[in-house]
Every structure is written in C-alpha cells, then in structure tokens.
Design a protein around this ligand. Structure first.
Ligand SMILES: C[S@@+](CC[C@H](N)C(=O)[O-])C[C@H]1O[C@@H](n2cnc3c(N)ncnc32)[C@H](O)[C@@H]1O
Length: 378
C-alpha cells in the first residue's frame, strides 16, 4: 500500500501540509487546492492537514488522519498509563499511529510497537522518526504471529479495536482476540494491561478493572493482570490522577429529598461501582436516575466531585410548580439536568425559560420524587 511517504520526504510533506492548512483557512475548496499544488496522494495529504487543524492545540504535529485522530489515545491517558506501566521493555500491541508508544518511550527503556495495518504502521514509523525516538522498535505484522519473534518483555500492553460489524459491545469481537493474545505472550510475562471499551458489561474476568475519566467523563477501561493488578476495581480521574480502589458496589444510604448541596460524581467512579468509597461523611446518595448525585446539608468536597450545586428550591416535578419555582428563584436561563431526550432538549429548555424575568442561570434536576432548582458553586 502506498502512502504519501512513498512519494515525498518529511520536509516536503511538512511544506505541503502547511500550504494546504493555510489555503483551507482562507476558505479555498479542495479542488482549487489540488489544482494549485498538483501533488500525488492529494486526498491523503488533505486528510492529514485536516486532522492537524482539528488537533492543533495538542503539542507535536504528528502524522495521522481524521479517523486515526478519532481513535487516538488522549495525551493524559497515554501519559498516565506510561507512568503506571514504567518498566524495562514494554510491548505496545496494536500501536496504531503510535501515540501510546511515544508516551511509553519516555518511561520505558525499550518499546516494541506492533501494528498490522500497513498505513498506520507507516505513520507510526514516521512519527517515531520525526520525534527522533531511538528506543522504539516497530514490527509491521499481526500481533499473535509476532509473539514468537520477541525474546524478552516485562509488560504487554494492548489497545484493542472494536470490530466494525459488532452490534453489541463484547470481549469476543475485540481485535486482537484477548485470550489468544494472552496465550501467545504468556511465555514472556503474566503482566498484561488490556484496554477495552468501557461500555462492556458483566465483566467476569479476574483482574483489576480500572476506569479512567477525563474532566469527569468516562474515557477508558484498562484491565490489569498478573503483578500489575492492585485491586478488584479502581477509578482514576484525569488530569488530576486522583485514584480510588476497592471491592465494588457497596450499598449506600439514600435520601429521597435533596439537602442543601448536591454533587455530580466523576463517571469513572460511578462506572467502577465505587461511589460509596468516595462519599464524604455527611453525604448521602440522592439520585441515580440520569446520573449519580450525592447530597449533603453541610458543604462537602471531594476530588471526585465534578460539579457542586447549592439548592435554592425543591417542588413537585410538575410543569406549573417548576415554572413557579424557577420564577421565584430569579431564573433568566435554565440548564436542564433532567431526563430529556437530546432532540427535545432545546424545546424543553425554552418551555421552562419562557416568561422568566430574572437574571440568574439556574440548573434544574428532576427525579421521580421531586424537582430541584439550584445554582452552581463549582
Ligand atoms: C484502537 S487502535 C490503537 C490506537 C493507538 N493506541 C494510538 O494511541 O494511536 C487499535 C489498533 O490495533 C490494531 N490491531 C488490531 N488487531 C491487530 C492484530 N491482530 N495485530 C496487530 N495489530 C492489530 C489496529 O489496526 C488498530 O490500529
């Protein structure tokens, strides 16, 4: 398979990419850009330029297309993993365009990156070259077949890929197949870290299940095996790296009514079933209907609270009562934290905002028992 790197060297490619970027910014259409540059592999070059523009806030200008960017490991996740998996030699199975391998190269003496997709492997190779990485070896081949070529490794990391045709998230359809992968590499080490989609349910595997969030939103699930496993379940909030671990799903005291303060909880903690482990003294579970909320009479804080609200009023969850409550509380605009279908969000919001004369931006939560009007504190 040919890529832009079969026609041009990195310096030429960088030149074309910045020309395309600047023409796109000026509003030129692709046909016009192609006519003016007349280069080989134009579509691929355009895709690389568009991905760069989309990703311009994050440091290094690496080679990846828009689709690669969509599946690329977030920098905070890559760095966190690289620090947790620090060792002598690590294998990065399914390295894609190489973002996780680049992070491993900073904490491990040697990285063996394996990628079966020819184009991605070529991009990874060029990315490693661009960064001048001397401690990354790239194997452009299928991972299970490649196991016998490798003599030594301390940790095997694998970021699996979902099959495009899968209808339900399941372990069996992931690529490469986890069981086969672990069997093929078990002669080297028992220490594996496997990333799988966090939506997979009923995981009955004996390992540490670590849920990762970025800014409170669920991002990844990593399974740790062998000496890497530290607990049954864990959650890590990024970028702060706050971690909680434990045996999961302890039942928790619940309040049907909101108290003076309400808190949103980091999704990684909720998904790991560790909410009770992070609940500060004096806080109770309030709702799990749309998202997990805690409530307390006295102001409490936790590194796993993503938002804190002060309750201004509660009422029966009917339209009239809510409108009344919002008016009395001085609402000008309303942010719905209620169960609303995404396509109905704006019409529902408008329904509540019509006739409001105040100037406060207020938050509306609706549980099956009550509606709650609140202002955000942090
Ligand atoms: C989710 S992507 C990896 C993204 C990468 N960690 C990054 O940060 O850019 C998974 C990769 O695994 C590769 N892959 C899937 N099955 C494989 C196999 N059997 N052997 C080697 N690579 C494989 C896919 O081609 C894909 O690039």
């Amino acid at each position: 398979m040919q890529t832009v790197f079969d026609f041009y060297d990195q310096e030429e490619i960088e030149g074309y990419l910045s020309e395309i970027e600047s023409m796109l910014r000026k509003g030129h259409n692709p046909e016009k850009i192609q006519a003016s540059l007349g280069i080989e592999c134009f579509e691929e070059m355009l895709n690389l330029a568009k991905a760069r523009m989309k990703n311009e806030k994050t440091g290094e200008k690496l080679y990846m297309g828009l689709e690669d960017l969509r599946f690329a490991t977030h920098q905070d996740v890559a760095d966190y993993r690289a620090s947790r998996l620090r060792c002598e030699t690590i294998i990065d199975v399914g390295c894609g365009v190489g973002l996780q391998s680049i992070a491993f190269a900073k904490t491990c003496s040697k990285v063996i990156a394996i990628e079966v997709d020819e184009r991605k492997a070529r991009y990874a190779e060029e990315n490693f070259k661009k960064l001048g990485l001397k401690n990354v070896e790239l194997i452009k081949d299928e991972a299970i077949k490649s196991a016998k070529k490798i003599k030594k490794a301390d940790i095997i990391f694998c970021d699996t890929e979902r099959a495009a045709e899968e209808t339900e998230r399941s372990l069996e359809t992931l690529r490469p197949n986890i069981k086969e992968l672990m069997k093929a590499y078990s002669k080297l080490t028992k220490d594996f870290c496997i990333e799988i989609p966090p939506q997979i349910r009923d995981l009955k595997i004996k390992c540490e299940k670590e849920y990762l969030s970025i800014d409170g939103k669920l991002n990844r699930l990593d399974l740790y095996f062998g000496n890497l496993a530290k607990s049954e379940y864990s959650a890590v909030s990024l970028p702060s790296k706050e971690r909680v671990e434990g045996k999961t799903q302890k039942s928790q005291k619940k309040s049907e009514k909101a108290l003076r303060y309400v808190y949103e909880v980091d999704e990684a903690v909720v998904k790991a079933g560790l909410t009770s482990n992070i609940t500060p003294k004096g806080c109770l579970l309030y709702s799990e209907e749309r998202q997990t909320l805690l409530t307390s009479e006295k102001h409490a804080s936790s590194p796993f609270f993503t938002k804190t609200y002060k309750v201004l009023a509660t009422c029966d969850p009917t339209q009239d009562k809510i409108t009344n409550g919002l008016k009395k509380s001085g609402a000008g605009s309303v942010v719905l934290r209620a169960k609303v279908k995404p396509e109905e969000y704006w019409s529902e919001k408008k329904k509540y905002e019509t006739g409001m004369t105040g100037n406060k931006k207020l938050y509306l939560f609706v549980t099956s028992k009550e509606a709650l009007i609140a202002e955000i504190i942090s």
